[in-house]
Design a protein around this ligand. Structure first.
Ligand SMILES: [Zn+2]
Length: 287
C-alpha cells in the first residue's frame, strides 16, 4: 500500500488497464458559452520512446491523447482546449527505471533549463516526459502516469502504453481534480479535514470537498479508478443510463475544472499585462 509520504510527492495513476465505455446512453448538459482557454502542451520524449516508436506512430498516439482530452473537456462543459505545442526528443532522458517524478523533472531541468523556464512563465502551458513501457516492464503498472501538483503545477509523466484517457486524467490532477473518494481515502489514509490541514496554505484554495471522481451505472468518470470509463469529468448534470455521474456535495470535478479555467484566465491576463509593461520599459532605439 502506498504511504502517506508518497501521496504528497506524487499522484500515481493506475490507468493502463482501463478501457473506454460506450458513450451510448450518455446524456450531456447544454453548456454555457464562455471564452475558451488554450493550453499548449510540450511532450519531451525519452530515448526509449525514440528508439521503440517511429515518429509517425508516436505523433499519432500523442495526437489521439489530445483529441480524447478535448472530447472529455467538451462533454464536461469545460471551456478549455488542449493543443500540441511541440514534441522534443531528449536523448539524455534515458531512465528505464525511476522512483520519483521529482527525479525526472530534475533531469529535464538539467538538460533543458531554458525551455522549462520559458514554459513555467506561461500558466496555461503544460509539459510532460514520455517513457516507453517496452523498456520499463520492470515497473509496476501504476507508474503509467504521474503528477506532483504541489511542486510542479504544469508537469506530468506518461508512458506510451497508457490508454488515451490518461493524458486528460493527469491534466485533471494539475487542476486539482481528485480520484473517486474511495480511492482517494485508500491512497491518503487520511480524513478530508486532515488533508486540508496538511495542505500548504497557499494551495488550500485549490482543494475542494466536491472535487472527486464518481461512477455511474458501473462506469467510471475520467478521474475514477474503474475498469471502464466514460469520456466525462464527474458532474451531477451528466448521466449514464439514467444514473447521475456525480453529485454536488462530493463528485463535481467538471465544476473544479471550470473554476480552474477562470483561475488560468485571470493569471493569463496578469501575465500579458506584465509582458506589455516590460516591453514598454525597453529604452527607445536610437540611430
Ligand atoms: Zn490519478
Amino acid at each position: 500500500m502506498r504511504t502517506l509520504l508518497s501521496f504528497f510527492f506524487s499522484l500515481i495513476c493506475l490507468m493502463s488497464a482501463q478501457v473506454a465505455a460506450s458513450p451510448e446512453n450518455l446524456i450531456l448538459p447544454k453548456c454555457q458559452q464562455e471564452e475558451v482557454v488554450e493550453t499548449p502542451i510540450t511532450f519531451f520524449l525519452s530515448k526509449e520512446v525514440k528508439d521503440d516508436y517511429s515518429p509517425y506512430v508516436r505523433e499519432g498516439m500523442i495526437q489521439s491523447w489530445i483529441n480524447r482530452a478535448n472530447q472529455i473537456l467538451k462533454n464536461s462543459c469545460v471551456p478549455m482546449h488542449r493543443t500540441l505545442h511541440q514534441i522534443v526528443e531528449v536523448d539524455e532522458l534515458n531512465l528505464p527505471e525511476f522512483e520519483s517524478i521529482n527525479v525526472v523533472h530534475s533531469m529535464l531541468e538539467y538538460y533543458d533549463p531554458e525551455s522549462i523556464k520559458e514554459m513555467t512563465r506561461k500558466p496555461n502551458h503544460y509539459y510532460g516526459v514520455i517513457f516507453s513501457s517496452k523498456r520499463s516492464e520492470a515497473l509496476p503498472p501504476e507508474h503509467c502516469g504521474m503528477t506532483n501538483n504541489r511542486v510542479f503545477p504544469q508537469f506530468f509523466t506518461l508512458d506510451m502504453a497508457c490508454d488515451k484517457d490518461t493524458l486528460e486524467h493527469e491534466l485533471g490532477h494539475l487542476a486539482w481534480a481528485q480520484h473517486d473518494i474511495d480511492t482517494f481515502s485508500a491512497q491518503t489514509e487520511m480524513t478530508l479535514d486532515e488533508v486540508i490541514e496538511t495542505t500548504p496554505s497557499h494551495l488550500k484554495q485549490f482543494f475542494k470537498f466536491y472535487a472527486f471522481g464518481y461512477q455511474c451505472a458501473g462506469k467510471g468518470t475520467i478521474m475514477s479508478y474503474a475498469d471502464e470509463v466514460l469520456p466525462v469529468y464527474s458532474s451531477p448534470e451528466i448521466s449514464y443510463r439514467g444514473i447521475p455521474c456525480g453529485n454536488k456535495k462530493f463528485a463535481n470535478n467538471a465544476l473544479r475544472l471550470r473554476e480552474y479555467v477562470r483561475h488560468l484566465r485571470a493569471r493569463l491576463a496578469v501575465h500579458s499585462e506584465s509582458v506589455i509593461s516590460h516591453s514598454e520599459e525597453k529604452p527607445p532605439v536610437t540611430q
